[in-house]
Design a protein around this ligand. Structure first.
Ligand code: SF4
Length: 283
């Protein structure tokens, strides 16, 4: 009896060589998250239309995709999951106006994801931008209060957007860009909501937003500047110094600084990509 017991104990014991799982996962993520050059984008993507540096937008438009940490990648994947869950729910509720499809405008292009209508009234429509956010970020959002337990920002009015634009400029810019794309494709929506789910407890809340052209111009100024340079076929100089806080936090820094330092192979590749963005405009 005791011999049998010790055999089981021996079987359960692992050596370090048996511990392959974490290493296998980490090396898979290492490949998955490595920086790459993807296809050149000829239109500004709403998800990348807010950035403190126009050159960072330009490099992204030219196809640069930076390295993400594995944890960031998992966080992004969770955000995508939240998106899909709400989209499926809205579809079940029967309030989705149109299927997702890529739409191109004059300068912006993307796939507006949730255009909803009021139950029973297809003319009353809202454009939703869904975001997941951690509790820390949730607490910093300028909530006006709760209605029946659901968090709300203040109601429709351009002035109410200023506080949210300060806290989350990227989210407002993205919503405004989708509204612009829809307008340029014959769908004059002009109002909707930035819809948040808290990652920690799945609580949801939303801020009503409306079309605001001056705010759109201000938030997307850098992206529009980047597009102009790409359409001219030139890479702009560095707007910030090497040691600036902007460069320190920038995910385009590895390529931006190498170009500036004279990496000839990289410069050649970027020049070839700039010819594509120039041709696209002229073509
Ligand atoms: S490293 Fe600095 S200058 Fe270069 S793209 Fe980033 S923020 Fe802009």
């Amino acid at each position: 009896m005791s011999g049998k017991f010790s055999a089981v104990k021996t079987l359960g014991r692992k050596s370090m060589a048996d511990d392959w799982l974490g290493e296998a996962i980490d090396s898979y993520y290492h490949e998955l998250c490595k920086p790459s050059w993807r296809e050149v984008k000829h239109l500004i993507s709403p998800s990348g239309c807010w950035n403190v540096c126009p050159r960072a937008v330009q490099l992204r438009q030219l196809g640069y995709s930076p390295r993400f940490s594995a944890q960031t990648r998992r966080r992004m994947d969770n955000g995508t999951g939240v998106h899909h869950r709400w989209e499926a729910l809205f579809a079940e509720m029967g309030i989705v106006v149109m299927e997702e499809k890529f739409m191109a405008g004059a300068d912006f292009g993307g796939t507006p994801d949730n255009l909803l209508h009021k139950p029973g009234n297809k003319d009353e429509q809202l454009l939703l931008e869904i975001k997941s956010i951690n509790q820390n970020g949730w607490r910093k959002l300028p909530w006006a209060g709760q209605v029946k337990g659901v968090y709300r920002g203040a109601s429709f009015a351009p002035t109410n957007m200023a506080a949210l634009a300060k806290a989350q400029p990227r989210h407002i810019a993205q919503w405004l860009a989708y509204d612009r794309i829809l307008l340029e494709n014959g769908h004059d929506i002009g109002k909707g909501a930035i819809f948040y789910e808290c990652k920690d407890n799945q609580q949801y809340g939303y801020f009503f937003v409306v079309r605001d052209d001056p705010l759109f111009e201000a938030l997307t100024d850098n992206a529009q500047e980047a597009l102009k340079w790409n359409r001219k076929g030139n890479l702009m100089g560095m707007p910030f110094a090497y040691t600036s806080p902007q460069c320190k936090d920038c995910d385009a820094r590895p390529v931006c600084h190498r170009i500036e330092d004279g990496d000839e192979a990289l410069k050649k590749m970027v020049r070839a990509r700039l010819q594509q963005t120039k041709r696209a405009k002229n073509g």
